[in-house]
Design a protein around this ligand. Structure first.
Ligand code: FAD
Ligand code: DHB
Length: 391
């Protein structure tokens, strides 16, 4: 088998990269170790920045997003006694969209299977080889158990945090440097069949811990509670979850709408950056190279920003034989990665209960500052809605 770009991983990064390349006449093959059902059912992020919406639209997968996505023009920041609205269009001229990552993935998979480049599910033993030369390849075993070799010009490692690509970059002559921060808390996330009782998302600071009120549609709410990282999901009954949310989100008798919980999980929180994002002809994008804690909703958007840059660089490399953008890719991408890493760390640190009352007073002071200073609010709004992608 032969293709121009061998793509490992059918998350949003890999699928979108394949789609962007196709539109420029570059062929690719996407290899995914999970099943289609599994990939389409993973509940993850829910907020899309303007540039992500624009990129998906330009890639021809924006129809349902424009029909069903909910445009949001701000967020509420809350601490006991106060709920303050940040108006994003007034602060920075942009907004964000609520549209689940599951829906983005379904749209991309459907487009791929409808005449797009090959997308192979349930492959195993995926191994990139000879990435330092001009003719790299990927060895893998297909869904029927038959060993295969995919010869490529370039390999894209879009295989998430647990995929094999990052280790191949680190094993190169130049090695890799890793920065990591594990936070002393996690998020318990639920999906509930309940109409959201709020127009905008609510990010709430509370002495018991952070809570976030988000949504997926006019009938489905997505809510999160800060919990200890070693909490067991079995110890959280529906009543305990709703009581925690009601306490932390409470304001003047207002309370979230409750309803049947259809999904629940506990997510660890970490910041992680691995650099460089390239070794020879192997390029990393998305969670394969970096992880941000979810506060601020940057993970998915950052993956989309990476592949937007990478697609442009690969088109230039493979169509014109020019290496300049491919050579600049890692440094250019990492500048945005670090901006988003800082913003996610800052939002996380401002909103999660941790430390002692000194920390709590600093957090409340920072929250009051964002709620009272237009300059401080604009800094949050510009980062939250997404800074422009560097050329
Ligand atoms: P992924 O979506 O991880 O895709 C990687 C793909 O590679 C997967 O399909 C995987 O199965 C495949 N793969 C892995 N190993 C192999 C292999 N050996 N061979 C072949 N394929 C392989 N972000 C937010 O902004 N807000 C959130 O609320 C939020 N919640 C999250 C909850 C969870 C549980 C997780 C894990 C992440 C969450 N994120 C959230 C982050 C966001 O979902 C990710 O940043 C985003 O999915 C990154 O996309 P990606 O394509 O780079 O990686
Ligand atoms: C969602 C997730 C986030 O991390 C966030 O900051 C806002 C919303 C969500 O899943 O809806």
């Amino acid at each position: 088998m032969r293709t121009q770009v061998g793509i490992i991983g059918a998350g949003p990064a890999g699928l979108l990269l394949s789609r962007l390349l196709t539109r420029h006449g570059i062929d690719s093959v996407v290899l995914e170790n999970r099943s289609r059902d599994y990939v389409e059912a993973r509940i993850r992020a829910g907020i899309l920045e303007q540039h992500t919406v624009d990129t998906l639209t330009a890639a021809g997968v924006g129809d349902r997003l424009h029909r069903e996505g909910l445009e949001h023009s701000g967020i509420h920041l809350q601490y006991p006694g106060t709920r303050h609205t940040l108006d994003f269009p007034a602060l920075c001229g942009r907004s964000v969209w609520v549209y689940g990552q599951t829906e983005v993935t379904k749209d991309l998979v459907a487009a791929q299977l409808d005449g797009g480049p090959p997308l192979l599910f349930e492959v195993s033993d995926v191994t990139p080889e000879d990435v330092d030369g001009d003719a790299p390849r990927i060895r893998f075993t297909d869904a029927d158990g038959i060993p295969q070799v995919l010869e490529c010009d370039v390999i894209a490692g879009t295989d998430g945090f647990h995929g094999p690509s990052r280790a191949v970059v680190a094993a190169g002559a130049g090695g890799a440097r890793v920065w990591e921060r594990t936070y002393p808390y996690a998020w318990l996330g639920i999906l509930a069949d309940a109409a959201p009782a709020t127009d905008e998302l609510i990010y709430a600071w509370h002495p018991d811990g952070f809570a976030l009120y988000s949504m997926r549609s006019p009938k489905v709410s997505r809510l999160y509670l800060q919990v200890d990282p070693d909490e067991k999901i079995e110890d959280w009954s529906d009543d305990r979850i709703w009581d925690g949310l009601a306490t932390r989100l409470a304001l003047d008798g207002w309370a979230p709408n409750t309803g049947p919980i259809t999904d629940r999980s506990i997510l660890p929180m970490r910041s992680f950056v691995s650099a460089p994002m390239r070794r020879g002809r192997l390029f990393l994008a998305g969670d394969a190279a970096h992880i941000v804690p979810p506060t601020g909703a940057k993970g998915l958007n950052l993956a989309v920003a990476d592949v937007t840059l990478l697609a442009t660089a690969l088109v230039r490399l493979l169509r014109e034989g020019r290496t300049d953008l491919a050579d600049a890719y890692s440094d250019t991408a990492l500048r945005r990665v670090w901006r988003c890493t800082h913003f996610s760390w800052w939002m996380t640190s401002m909103l999660h209960a941790s430390g002692d009352d000194f920390d709590a007073q600093l957090q409340l002071s920072q929250l009051r500052r964002v709620c009272s200073s237009e300059a401080a609010a604009r800094e949050l709004a510009e980062n939250y809605t997404g800074l422009p992608i560097e050329a």
